[in-house]
Design a protein around this ligand. Sequence first.
Ligand SMILES: [Fe+2]
Length: 144
Amino acid sequence: MALVQWQAELSVGVEILDQDHRNLFSMLNELYDAVQSGIELAVLTSLLDRLAQYTQDHFQREEALMKACGYPDIAAHCDEHEQLAVKVSELQRRLAGSSLEFLSLELLVLFKTWLASHIRVSDFQYKPYLVAWTRSHSETAPKA
Ligand SMILES: [Fe+2]
């Protein structure tokens, strides 16, 4: 059974970012499955690297769109992104000397909690700006 499931109510109004969020949910479920079947170092290393890279890529896309639509609270939002990136780097650094099970659970809790609260609270704050901007730039902007 999946640990997390993306639902339409989590849509931020722009498909490219919703797809990013769905991909992050999938990676989290992949990690959850790997933990249940006994996680190995190579698997955890690979998943952590992919999550770190994908999170960075997603943040860049999201921040570019927030900037484009003139979202006024972008600095605080970017700070939240940076805080997650720092925590992920810290987990990557601790990978070699930690219990794999413990580290995996930390990673699961970190992302599950972060995704749920960040999307519902912080991402939803830029949603009206992004949706309005997308509508007014429907020729060039990503599809809503
Ligand atoms: Fe965000």
